[in-house]
Design a protein around this ligand. Structure first.
Ligand code: XMP
Length: 321
């Protein structure tokens, strides 16, 4: 991999911002670019860098793919509009769910998401807007893990030999490629992003699809979305690096309203980690675990079993898909 990492020790956020703004300007010239904002720290930083460099020659979209957390699109769009950055929500729910229909293999699901984003959605947005460039928030860890063959991150393209100009009709610009998450947070703070954004938990590009084992359907995403909200509420004071809910594919026996049936199980994970490269499970107090089980089984229809994962990364990964 020929990317020079900028470590925290060497990062000067002010000069990094200045250099990246210059770089974006020199690549895009007097043309225009698009980018997709998901509300995560990486894409938020890229949105602000792109906005500084290009002003209204950067068109920012929030791709509503049906896989995001509760109320996410409206919340993020209004935060950015408050900072003077207009964001358009594009409804692509049907495209994503039809691409994911019938797929159960994790790699096939990731590939379907990659293709839908880059070949269908971004190609169309590029055409409609007249842009030739896509700005995206790929970071150093994403590339490192993909190149090392640990897991194909959905946003890795050129680094594994995909020529985006030839395949999709636009060039990809990756301003935070040399940074890891902690460095990106520092840059976000200096860029004036709200604390809620620059301290945000990592969230995967494939969104809740990374947390549904087996087929990703609107119904199953709805289940994991509800469980995610509860997990985020209950673990927000834990100070952990990341916490998540996973919907399992196997059903287990359980008792719902006296009738015994085979019903759903949710796995909770909560990670201590610096940069997602390695991780260990947080020693969540037993009372919190009990509360999680109680809330998830009463508030999420169909769930009768809640487990807590105590495995380290490696051998596990942080997400389940
Ligand atoms: P894993 O599951 O590989 O996750 O241990 C490491 C970190 O990366 C996030 N993650 C992703 N981020 N695209 C992303 O932008 C992806 O496809 C993706 N998959 C996982 C994950 O949430 C964790 O913080």
């Amino acid at each position: 991999m020929q990317i020079n990492e900028i470590t925290l020790k060497d990062l000067n956020p002010e000069s990094f911002i200045e250099e990246e703004v210059k770089e974006i300007l020199s690549i895009v010239g007097d043309g225009c670019a698009i980018n997709a904002l998901s509300g995560g720290v990486d894409s938020s930083v890229v949105t602000m860098l792109g906005h500084r460099a290009l002003g209204d020659r950067l068109k920012t979209y929030f791709v509503e793919n049906g896989l995001m957390r509760e109320d996410e699109p409206q919340h993020i769009v209004s935060l950015f509009e408050g900072m003077g950055v207009p964001v358009e929500i594009v409804d692509t729910k049907e495209q994503f769910f039809s691409a994911l229909k019938g797929l159960t293999d994790p790699e096939e699901k990731r590939e379907a998401i990659t293709q839908t984003f880059y070949k269908d959605v971004f190609s169309r947005l590029v055409k409609e807007s007249g842009a030739k460039f896509l700005l995206q928030g790929t970071n150093y860890t994403d590339v490192e893990e993909t190149v090392a063959g640990i897991k194909r991150q959905h946003n890795i393209l050129e680094q594994i030999g995909i020529d985006t100009e030839e395949q999709f009709g636009y060039k990809v610009i990756e301003p935070v490629l040399q940074l890891r998450k902690t460095g990106i947070r520092k840059v976000g703070k200096v860029l004036g992003l709200p604390e809620e954004i620059y301290t945000r938990l990592p969230f995967p590009g494939p969104a809740l699809a990374a947390r549904v084992l087996g087929e990703v359907t609107p119904e199953r995403v709805k289940t994991v979305r509800k469980a995610t909200r509860i997990v985020e509420e209950e673990l927000s004071s834990s100070g952990a690096f990341q916490y998540l809910a996973i919907l399992h594919n196997d059903t287990v026996s359980g008792m719902i309203e006296v009738k015994s049936d085979f019903v759903l199980q949710i796995e909770v994970r909560c990670w201590e980690s610096k940069d997602a490269i390695t991780g260990s499970p947080t020693r969540v107090p037993y009372e919190t675990l009990e509360k999680l089980a109680e809330r998830i089984t009463t508030e999420v229809p169909g769930v009768v079993s809640v487990t807590y994962n105590i495995t380290k990364k490696p051998p596990s990964t942080i997400e389940a898909v």
